[in-house]
Every structure is written in structure tokens, then in C-alpha cells.
Design a protein around this ligand. Structure first.
Ligand code: NAD
Length: 508
């Protein structure tokens, strides 16, 4: 996986760092290949930044904060307007690169960029989002108001599965609030992220306001402990997110960690059969199951258990191929290691005694024989003590359980360690209302399989899927990226009565 600098093929692109407004070559000796998961072609080398480079990035962000925080809100807003226009113009180009480095289909890659673009559009509303509050006459001639001020240097650490959307959850909202930013993209697919960063500079983000360092644990730990970093946004697995949350918190940062998932879809017998089965197949196998909001567990309630053979038939029709090929439904998983991990979990499921109704292990894709492909895979007769139920598989694998009632389904979902997303499929408003009230999950979909909220709401999560109280984007992230200051003010005029010295706390 890692290569030494001197062995790098000179003809292959080296991903740059962004420090103080300049795209620079890293001086590191540690590099990693960025590969196309459908072909294993090496697309680029990504550096693991040195201590000095991380330091330079943070210092540049620290220095830029002094002027950026005073930049008028309208100027910051107009940069976001320009950025959204540039992303829109370049959306197809970015999607092609994203598909090549990550594996997802081109239309899905366009969706990845588009969902991030929507956050940039929303960032342009910062004029109203960052307003404080004001109360007149809280005491005689005394007013109290709040200022929402930027916190300083913020850091962002992103996962491989949405290399456009998730960086765009972070840096536009952070910098439009007046902060400066150091981004650490996923080392597995940093190319499309870097295209977005280039557009941000073209849109007018001044030097030092946005910096990028690449790497793994060492870079992440350095950012979580640096004295100048005030806030850390993390999206990725539960193990790493928990580490980031603890390390950052111990060092006095505010931290938001959005983490792993095991998303259930609960199907009641009164649901619309065709729409529901289409939704399950799409949300279970789309993006090769590598969405944090992918449906990974289907809970069939009562007689909806009879729909299982039809779900298997729908899954069989999905076309496994390279993401760049037209009409592909399921691309490869991101790496050989990811494929091995998913295959290992399928093997575990077989050993645990689940029934393998559809086995995607031996899929061969003509012309892409080296790709990291796994076909749609479905297990039934799954129980909650099995590893395939408890572990986030992050591949095109659906596990199916059966229960007798909605109450049982709710209890089952609430016992799972994760709390990211859930869907209920029903025609009953009463059942849906009960479900949304009793379920302990961040994102709830009613006849919607992947209920990712639009950017004027906020992404959330519960239990093992989230640490920290404020989520990415929307109003919550404006709170996360700003600190509140209250000002209590009194002004004297000629009519103000001199009350003399008062040594008691005010009684009114
Ligand atoms: P990951 O946790 O392996 O990596 C995330 C980031 O952490 C990367 O930038 C990586 O370089 C860094 N990292 C990896 N190991 C580290 C370590 N030991 N110490 C410090 N940093 C480390 O996650 P991934 O495989 O890139 O992404 C998939 C995961 O992300 C899944 O669990 C998925 O559910 C989750 N995810 C969650 C959300 C959400 O909003 N809840 C969204 C997308 C993805």
C-alpha cells in the first residue's frame, strides 16, 4: 500500500498540500497510492504530511484568522455564492474523478457533489444564520444582546465514502462563520476533495483561510491536540470517531463526531409492496452499501415476511460493473482490504448459521476482473447475537430479520448499538407517528429509505453513531462553529438618576 518517495512513478500525479494559499509538494517519505477500485490503476500518490507541514498549515490558519474574522459577513457570503456557481459548473468533471477514485457510479457521484453543493448554497444565507439575539430593558435602561463570534482555527477529518459531500459539510460552513480551517481528507480518495478546494480558492477564499494536509492517524492526532485548533469536526467510523472525540475533548476542543451505522428498514404488511421493495434494494445495495445511511438491516413485520423472495429477485437484477460504465447499479467497494473485510463477514454469517439467500462473493465483471466487486448479498434467519447483525458491514449485504409486531421492531432497533438512520414502510399514519416518537435514531424516514436531511436542517445521530451535541450543517453547525458572547449594556444620559454606590446584587 505505502510506497517510499524514491520509488514513486514520476508520470503519476502527486497530491499537493494546501498551506497558506499555495498548493505545495510534501517533503514526506511516506506516500500512499490512490487507486481506481474497478481496475487497480494507480491514479495518484497521496503524501502523509510531516510534523512541520502540519504545523505550517495550522500556523497559517491561525495567522489568517486575525483578519478573516473581521471580514464583513457580506464578503464571506459572496464567496459562497461564487463557490456554489463554480461547483455547479464543474459538477460533472468532479463526479468523473470521484467515481474513478471511489468506485461509485457516475450518477451517484454527481449526487455526492450535489448534496455538498446544497450546503454551500445554504452557507450563503449566513447573514441571517449568524444573527445574535437582543432584549431591550432587561433592567432600568439596560439591554442584553448576544454576539455569535467565530471560534478560531477549526479542523475537519473526512471519510472515504463521500469525498465531495462531507468536506462540503464542513469547510464552507466553518469559514463563512469567520473561522479558518485545516482539512484532512480521506487518504483513500482525496482527488475530488482537492478539486473542490481549488474551486474554493478560485471563489476568493483568501490565503490561509483554508488549508489541507493529508495523512492518517498522526495528522489527525496532531490536529486534535494542537493549541491553536479550537474545534474538530469528524465523520467516519465509530472507533476512530470515539478516539477523536476523547483526544480533542481532553485538549479542550469542541468536537463533533459523526460515526458508524447499522440502519434498519422496518416493513409493515400494509406498506406499498412495490415501492417498498424498490426502496430496500436501492438503499441496501446502492453505492455498494458504502453509505453511512445505507439500509443494512431489513426487519419484516408479520406477513411482510412473504415479500422476501421478491426482494431477492429484485436484487438479482442489479447490474454490478465499474462506476464509469453506463447503467451500472453497483460499483466496486473502495479497496482490496475493504473487499476482504466484507467477504470475511459474509463467511462469518454462513458460519453463524444465517441463511445465505443471495451470494455475491463470486461475481465476475467482464473487462474489470481485478476490481473490488461484490454482488448483492442477502442473509435471512439472522438473529441479533450474530456478528453480521452487530457489525457495520459497509458493503452490499442486507441482513433480514423477522418479528411479529411493530412494538417488537421498535424495541429491536432501539437495542442496536448504532443510532444513525432508520426507515419505516407503512400506509398507516398512526403507526408512523408512534414509530417516530418511540424510535431512538437520529434520522427517521417514513417511506423514505435514506432520509438525509436537506442543509437547512442538520444531520444528527444517537448512541454509537454520534458524539457531541451539535451536528453538521444547518443551524446546529452555526452554533458549533461560533461561540456566544452576551453583552449587557447601560448608557447614561442627563436624565439618569445617580443612585450612589450599590453593594447588593440587583433585586429587579
Ligand atoms: P475511518 O474512521 O476509517 O476514517 C475516517 C478518517 O479518519 C479518515 O480521514 C482517516 O484517515 C482517519 N483515520 C483512520 N484511522 C485513524 C486512526 N486510527 N486515528 C486517527 N484518524 C484515523 O472511516 P472510513 O472508512 O473512511 O469511512 C467509513 C465510515 O464512516 C463508516 O463507519 C461510516 O458509517 C462512517 N460515516 C458516517 C457518517 C455519518 O454522518 N454518521 C457519514 C459518512 C460515513
Amino acid at each position: 500500500m505505502n510506497a517510499v518517495a524514491k520509488e514513486l512513478n514520476a508520470g503519476i500525479q502527486k497530491v499537493k498540500l494546501l498551506i497558506n494559499g499555495e498548493f505545495v509538494d510534501s517533503r514526506t517519505t511516506e506516500w500512499r497510492e490512490v487507486t481506481n477500485p474497478a481496475t487497480q490503476e494507480v491514479l495518484a500518490y497521496v503524501p502523509f504530511a510531516t510534523r512541520e507541514e502540519i504545523e505550517a498549515a495550522v500556523q497559517s490558519a491561525h495567522a489568517a484568522f486575525a483578519t478573516w474574522k473581521k471580514t464583513p459577513i457580506g464578503t464571506r457570503m459572496r464567496i459562497m455564492l461564487k463557490l456554489q456557481a463554480l461547483i455547479r459548473e464543474n459538477l460533472q468533471r468532479i463526479a468523473v474523478t470521484l467515481s474513478a477514485e471511489q468506485g461509485k457510479t457516475i450518477p451517484d457521484a454527481e449526487g455526492d457533489v450535489f448534496r455538498g453543493l446544497e450546503v454551500v448554497e445554504h452557507a450563503a444565507s449566513i447573514g441571517t444564520l449568524q444573527q445574535g439575539e437582543f432584549s431591550e430593558n432587561v433592567a432600568g435602561a439596560v439591554d442584553t444582546y448576544t454576539l455569535r463570534q467565530p471560534v478560531g482555527v477549526c479542523a475537519g477529518i473526512t471519510p472515504f465514502n463521500f469525498p465531495a459531500m462531507i468536506p462540503l459539510w464542513m469547510f464552507p460552513m466553518a469559514i463563512v462563520c469567520g473561522n479558518t480551517f485545516v482539512l484532512k481528507p480521506s487518504e483513500q480518495d482525496p482527488l475530488s476533495t482537492m478539486m473542490l478546494v481549488e474551486l474554493a480558492l478560485q471563489a476568493g477564499v483568501p490565503k490561509g483561510v483554508l488549508n489541507v494536509v493529508h495523512g492518517g492517524k498522526e495528522v489527525v492526532d496532531a490536529l486534535c491536540t494542537h493549541e491553536h485548533v479550537k474545534a474538530v469536526s469528524f465523520v467516519g467510523s465509530t472507533a476512530v470517531g470515539t478516539h477523536v472525540y476523547r483526544l480533542g475533548s481532553e485538549h479542550g476542543k469542541r468536537v463533533q463526531s459523526m460515526m458508524g451505522a447499522k440502519n434498519h428498514a422496518v416493513v409493515l404488511p400494509d406498506a406499498n409492496r412495490e415501492h417498498t421493495l424498490n426502496a430496500l434494494a436501492g438503499a441496501g445495495f446502492g453505492a455498494a452499501g458504502q453509505r453511512c445511511m445505507a439500509t443494512s438491516v431489513v426487519v419484516l413485520v408479520g406477513s411482510s415476511a412473504q415479500w422476501l423472495p421478491e426482494l431477492v429477485e429484485k436484487a438479482k437484477l442489479l447490474k454490478v460493473n465499474a462506476g464509469s460504465e453506463p447503467n451500472t447499479d453497483i460499483g466496486p467497494v473502495v479497496s482490496r482490504a475493504a473487499r476482504q473485510r466484507v467477504l470475511g463477514l459474509i463467511e462469518t454469517g454462513v458460519k453463524e448459521g444465517a441463511t445465505l439467500l443471495l451470494d455475491g462473493r463470486d461475481v465476475v465483471v467482464k473487462g474489470y476482473e481485478d476490481g473490488n466487486f461484490i454482488g448483492p448479498t442477502i442473509f435471512s434467519d439472522v438473529t441479533t447475537d450474530m456478528d453480521i447483525y452487530k457489525t457495520e458491514i459497509f458493503g452490499p449485504v442486507l441482513v433480514v430479520l423477522q418479528v411479529a409486531t411493530l412494538d417488537e421492531a421498535i424495541a429491536l432497533v432501539n437495542r442496536n448499538p448504532f443510532g444513525n438512520g432508520v426507515g419505516l414502510f407503512t400506509q398507516s399514519g398512526a403507526a408512523a407517528r408512534k414509530f417516530q416518537s418511540e424510535i431512538d435514531i437520529g434520522q427517521v424516514g417514513i417511506n423514505i429509505p435514506i432520509p438525509v436531511p436537506v442543509p437547512y436542517f442538520s444531520f444528527t445521530g444517537s448512541r454509537g453513531s454520534k458524539l457531541g451535541d451539535l451536528g453538521p450543517y444547518g443551524k446546529q453547525v452555526v452554533q458549533f462553529y461560533t461561540q456566544t458572547k452576551t453583552v449587557t449594556a447601560r448608557w447614561f444620559d442627563d436624565a439618569t438618576v445617580n443612585e450612589g454606590v450599590n453593594t447588593t446584587i440587583s433585586l429587579r
